[in-house]
Unconditional design. Sequence first.
Length: 202
Amino acid sequence: MKGVSHMKKSIITLCAVLVLLLSGYFFNIINFNKDSIRINDKSLRITAIIPHDDTGYWGILKVGLEDKAEELEVSLKVEIPYSNYDKGQITELVKKSIATKPDYLILPAIDDQDFKQALEEAYNSGIEIIFVDTDMADFQDHLYVGTDNYNLGVKLGECLLSNVDTANVVIMSAIPEASNLNERISGIEDTIKNSNTRIVDI
């Protein structure tokens, strides 16, 4: 029975790692009022680009943006690529935003040179950039709202070690090239590297 209990605990811990790894965590909420979000007596215009529409993280973010925009009387346009997480389509949406020139552009950062170039063009045209979920640390002046992904990985690794003595772990990551997920994996790897628990596959 002890072995079965130990196995159940390992499975529960591994599932917790999976869920937290693939979802947002410690999402920051910023409160404004109507008077604080007007420029030259005009309401702000915001474009948000989300990589896909779902019932999870991005769907919740979309609904939150829409609700807050209505409450604050802000003009909000949400753009979604036809194909989930398609870098080329997201880059084209950034270029489209340059033509419409909103005050703010909200989107996750993508590790792609064409995307970065388009984003720099948007910034140079006067659009303020706000990254959510995934940051681009070397980008020009911007705001990042999201997770300290490496530290989240450390916390996940500590949680894992506190529940199992020895384990072989498989991490399921939906997007291998996603920097935010890889930062979390790095945090886990660094935390468990001197233990009897090891990652056997990602």
